[in-house]
Design a protein around this ligand. Structure first.
Ligand code: UDP
Ligand code: MG
Length: 335
């Protein structure tokens, strides 16, 4: 029988996690599959972990959970889940019931037809007008810059076949922009639409600032085209300046010098200074990424996991002095 694993990253989801668990089990129990639900507690500060412990105790054989030592972000949560689960097909979904569990059945049908990535794409119905217009604009723009195809409404809610999961796990980068990685691995992909639901309880972790940062990540995570643009912009500016200087010289030679051009000078200096700062920042972004990659830190640290005897640590547990207290693959020491 096909084994289905469901990965659920949770950060401060105390208010909704029980309801989610009941829903997902109701759906999964009705499907002709074996299943496991793998919760990843991303360093929640509320009672999420306590609830997960209770859920895991109640449904021992069909539940796993991993709890991080602090908040490492949803990307790290998904990665931890992908490393933990053993299913032939893997679903990633949010804990807030914005991803309707009923859709898993549709995904399973596609999976049985041999698809490797089955992506649920939400429609923008019910969203704020400004927000959906902005994100449409963003995706239209970004697809010109990046090598991978990113589409509007496509999030992390999807089913992946085992080969697709293994392909994702083979990408070791520290800066993980999942939307891009999912698209980068390719495989047989199919999309279907669903109506976006409102969050059941709790609140979104996305503030405007983090959305803007996420947008920037998408822009520079996949190639060095922005650097290319910077070079071309520089070249055009130099060419423009040369033409302008030539024109000024010719005018001065023929008519003599009329006006001192003070304002023009200041505007040009400040303008060019600004352009240089932007370019420096851009280069800095790339260097920053190299910096983080070169440290080779683990993506997350595990504080606690259910069934630690049965499931080895996915990541090394590191002491404060940097030495490994528990090697990856080793059992966590009992206390
Ligand atoms: N999440 C997480 N770590 C974080 C932020 C969010 O694991 O640092 C989880 C969160 O618990 C939820 C999912 O990621 O299950 C999506 O988060 P949210 O609902 O806040 O995002 P939105 O639906 O508003 O895009
Ligand atoms: Mg949500």
């Amino acid at each position: 029988m096909t084994k289905l694993s469901v990965i659920v990253p949770c950060y401060n989801e105390e208010a909704v996690i029980d309801r989610f668990d009941a829903e997902i089990r109701r759906v999964l129990d009705g499907l002709p599959v074996e299943y496991e639900v793998c919760y990843v507690d991303d360093g929640s500060r509320d009672g999420t972990l306590g609830k997960l412990r209770r859920i895991a105790a109640e449904h021992r054989d069909q539940t796993r959970y991993v709890s991080f030592s602090r908040n490492f972000g949803k990307e790290a949560g998904m990665l931890a889940g992908l490393r933990e689960v053993t299913g032939d097909a893997v679903v990633i979904m949010d804990a807030d019931l914005q991803h309707p569990p009923e859709l898993i059945e549709t995904m399973l049908d596609h999976y049985r037809q041999g698809r490797d990535q089955i992506i649920a794409r939400r429609t923008r119905e019910g969203d704020k007008k400004v927000r959906s217009a902005l994100s449409r604009l963003y995706y239209r723009g970004i697809n010109r810059w990046v090598d991978v195809e990113l589409s509007d409404g496509v999030g992390d809610f999807r089913m992946l076949s085992r080969p697709a999961v293994d392909a994702l796990l083979a990408l070791p980068e520290y800066n993980r922009f999942s939307k891009g990685l999912f698209s980068w691995i390719g495989f047989d992909t199919v999309h279907f639409d669903y109506r976006n639901a409102q969050r059941e309880a709790g609140e979104t972790k996305w503030k405007l600032g983090s959305l803007l940062n996420y947008g920037m990540d998408g822009l520079i995570s996949f190639n060095n085209r922005p650097l290319r643009i910077a070079i071309w912009l520089g070249v055009s500016l130099v060419a423009l300046t040369a033409l302008y200087a030539l024109w000024i010289t010719v005018m001065a030679a023929t008519n003599g010098v009329e006006s001192p051009g003070y304002v023009t000078l200041v505007a040009i200096i400040v303008g060019l200074g600004g352009v240089q700062m932007i370019m420096l920042g851009l280069i800095g972004e790339y260097i920053g990424r190299i910096y983080y990659e070169s440290k080779r830190r683990p993506h997350f640290l595990v504080k606690e996991s259910h069934g630690a005897d049965a499931f080895p640590c996915a990541e090394p547990v590191v002491r404060a002095d940097g030495t490994a207290a528990v090697e990856p693959g080793a059992r966590r020491p009992a206390r």
